[in-house]
Design a protein. Structure first.
Lengths: 328, 123
């Protein structure tokens, strides 16, 4: 069986490589231990004879390489991800991001949030209405018009980022006034009535806001390994794209867009992924060899191969000589 | 082919043992000191190239000298390519038959990369 011969063959290869490299190591002034490590790696790899990546990684920690490759690469990825995310944020959402951060820092953002949650609130109400079986159609229509209004509001947000629409400016003013009194905020519900908000409500809103910010920072990929971040984010991104106009209704969405920003950036290597997989599939079943003769008569091919290494179904085979016949 | 000062194909670097070696060498070169977080190569890249060159030679010689078994395979050829003296075949529904009554091995597809056994200079 070729499969059993593989072990010996690989062992000989490893020994030969190690022996012929010993002089080079000495010449370069590299410790023998590194060479030994190389050899150990080879030996541990050889009995598996299958998965190059697995053993290559497993081997490292046992020896004096203190940092196994996954960590190395992970670290690099993190840096890259962080760097990219920062870049991307700056490039695409810099102004808005700065605005919202400033808003938080200066404490102005309360009014800001009020509006966001106003929007959310209204959306929620719409949802409830739609869920109501009675007069569902009419309410859907109402919801649709409301959504359109939101859409136009949202466009206002997009264009001026911080400068809000007329009605919202009102609420800003009201809020400021009320701030002057006793720091209680009002928000407008859908009917345009003012609703007083207690401190607890405000705190809750703030908390939500901070939590979502934190999530955007951490879950958005800055603190995560690249892989997880992409896996995590790809789906929501596509979903959100599907929602289209209805989502353009406030700064809250901008923050989600911030997450998107990281996503879309990280999606790029993700897109490359499937191609890589395809290549690996090719590698998974692979024969590397020399050819002596390749003949073709019409669509029938015959070839004589020699000195080959064959990887198929996760197993390794070696052969001295092989003949292949196949039709095109 | 086994002459000592001769160049050897780098083909087998793509095998699993070759990939394992290149991975290991890459790790040694790209080694980062975990404490200082600074790059701290354990070997210079030139040495890695030398090691790979000796791997090319070693695996070619070992395959030639130490391996005796034969193999035959059949399948339907999907793609063929002959470029720069290298044959590349993509064969689908392929069945390998080994010596000694070893059960045949089948695969959906296999990629064969094959260099000329005779080097251009050889007769």
């Amino acid at each position: 069986m070729s499969n059993q011969a593989v072990g010996n063959v690989y062992q000989s290869v490893i020994d030969e490589v190690i022996n012929s490299s010993r002089v080079d190591f000495e010449e370069s002034g590299i410790e023998e231990s590194v060479l030994e490590m190389l050899r150990q790696n080879g030996i541990k790899q050889e009995p598996h004879g299958q998965d190059e990546a697995g053993p290559a990684i497993k081997r490292e920690p046992g020896h004096h390489l203190p940092m196994p490759p996954p960590m190395t690469f992970g670290g690099m990825d993190n840096n890259v991800a962080a760097h990219r995310a920062a870049q991307n944020l700056q490039q695409q959402y810099g102004e808005r991001a700065v605005n919202s951060i400033n808003a938080i820092q200066q404490g102005h953002h309360a009014g800001h949030q009020q509006q966001q949650h106003q929007h959310q609130h209204q959306q929620g109400q719409q949802g409830q209405q739609v869920a109501d079986p009675q007069a569902a159609y009419r309410q859907q229509m109402a919801a649709a018009t409301a959504a359109q209004q939101h859409a136009s509001n949202g466009q206002g947000h997009l264009q001026h980022s911080q400068t809000d629409g007329a009605g919202e400016a009102d609420s800003d003013g009201e809020e400021e006034e009320e701030d002057d009194f006793d720091a209680i905020l009002c928000r407008k519900n859908e009917a345009g009535e003012l609703q007083a908000m207690g401190r607890v409500d405000i705190d809750r809103i703030l908390h939500k806001q901070f939590a979502s910010k934190a999530k955007a920072m951490e879950g958005g990929g800055l603190m995560l390994p690249l892989e997880e971040a992409t896996r995590h984010k790809t789906m929501p991104a596509s979903k959100r794209k599907g929602k289209g106009v209805a989502r353009y209704d406030g700064d809250d969405d901008d923050e989600e867009d911030d997450e998107d920003a990281i996503n879309s950036d990280l999606d790029d290597p993700d897109d490359v992924g499937p191609d890589d997989d395809g290549d690996e599939d090719g590698l998974g079943h692979m024969m590397l060899c020399m050819y002596d003769k390749v003949q073709r008569v019409k669509n029938k091919w015959k070839c004589t191969l020699k000195d080959g290494v064959l990887t198929v179904n996760g197993k390794e085979y070696v052969f001295h000589k092989a003949t292949g016949e196949y039709e095109w | 082919m086994a002459a000592n000062n001769q160049a050897f194909y780098e083909l087998y670097r793509g095998s699993s043992i070759g990939l394992a070696l290149t991975d290991t060498l890459d790790d040694l070169i790209a080694h980062v000191n975990p404490e200082t977080n600074q790059p701290e190569p354990l070997i210079p890249p030139q040495l890695a190239m030398k090691i790979l060159a000796s791997f090319d030679q070693a695996i070619a010689e070992v395959l030639q000298k130490n391996v005796k078994n034969r193999l035959s395979f059949k399948g339907s050829l999907d793609t063929y390519r002959f470029c720069d003296e290298v044959w590349t075949f993509l064969i689908k529904n392929v069945t390998f038959k080994m010596d000694h009554g070893h059960p045949p091995v089948t695969a959906d597809k296999i990629k064969i990369v094959s260099c000329n056994a005779k080097k251009p200079g050889e007769t």
